[in-house]
Design a protein around this ligand. Structure first.
Ligand code: 5HY
Length: 244
């Protein structure tokens, strides 16, 4: 099977890191394709960034549909464009926030999210509510890190994230910690062994969920609101999105 991971920001070093971590958990026979769109924000840290990342995501879905992709992962913790992407795709589309929160709810009764900037905490809470996970989510914590600090080795990001995860473990009294950024995927197991608590990375969980759904022959439902978008012209910068 072919799983396409879309990192909606245009920072390829992060995309390559995401691809690497995904291939480590993918089953034999699963081909992982990890991409950044040809358009979009260098990092996603606001509603504005999220909105401007969606055309790039949909463009990659369109290409994937022509390339026999079986399932997609949206590798950004805001799950931007998730439902629009599901409309455009035949196969399953998994958002890493949705995947991580559900995994946390299956292995415990409480989790905290550790994310980058304070201003993205609201987005994480909104997703917890939308996915029915707010009764499991005890706290959303920020590390005062920009997303791209995760790409700069001198940024001390690991020490800062580890310290916030330790605080979550000691103060929030949770069963697990959900990492709130795709760019933290490579830190997951290191933090888990350092602290001795379950640490959940949405990228790898989403890959395993996508594999399971494809193996079960489960595709995105097309009978109701996730049916393919209706054909119509789009104009201006979006004219390439016109559907016939
Ligand atoms: C992410 N932004 O996973 C989110 C994380 C965040 O560019 N990739 C991004 O902080 O919202």
């Amino acid at each position: 099977m072919k799983i396409k991971i879309i990192n909606p920001n245009t920072t390829w070093s992060m995309t390559e890191k995401i691809g690497l971590c995904a291939r480590r958990v993918a089953a034999a026979g699963t081909e992982i394709v990890a991409v950044s769109p040809g358009m979009g924000p260098a990092s996603i840290e606001s509603h504005y960034d999220e909105a401007l990342s969606v055309p790039g995501i949909l463009d990659e879905i369109r290409k994937g549909e022509a390339d026999a992709v079986d399932a997609y992962v949206i590798a950004c913790f805001g799950d931007p464009g998730l439902y629009a992407a599901r409309e455009a795709a035949r196969g399953p589309v998994i958002g890493i926030a949705e995947a991580a929160m559900h995994a946390a709810s299956l292995i415990g009764n409480s989790f905290s999210v550790v994310t980058t900037l304070e201003r993205t905490c609201g987005i994480a809470w909104h997703l917890a509510e939308m996915y029915g996970m707010q009764r499991f989510c005890r706290k959303v914590r920020a590390c005062a890190l920009n997303v791209l600090d995760l790409e700069h080795h001198g940024s001390d990001a690991y020490r800062i994230i580890l310290a916030e995860c330790r605080q979550a473990m000691q103060q929030d009294k949770v069963d697990s910690i959900v990492l709130g950024c795709a760019g933290m995927t490579d830190l997951c197991k290191k933090i888990e062994s350092e602290l001795g608590i379950a640490v959940i990375d949405g990228v790898t969980v989403a890959v395993k969920l996508a594999e399971s759904l494809v193996q079960l022959g489960l595709k995105t439902g097309k009978r109701r609101d996730l049916a393919f978008p209706l054909p119509k012209p789009y104009t201006g910068l979006l004219e390439n999105f016109s559907r016939s």
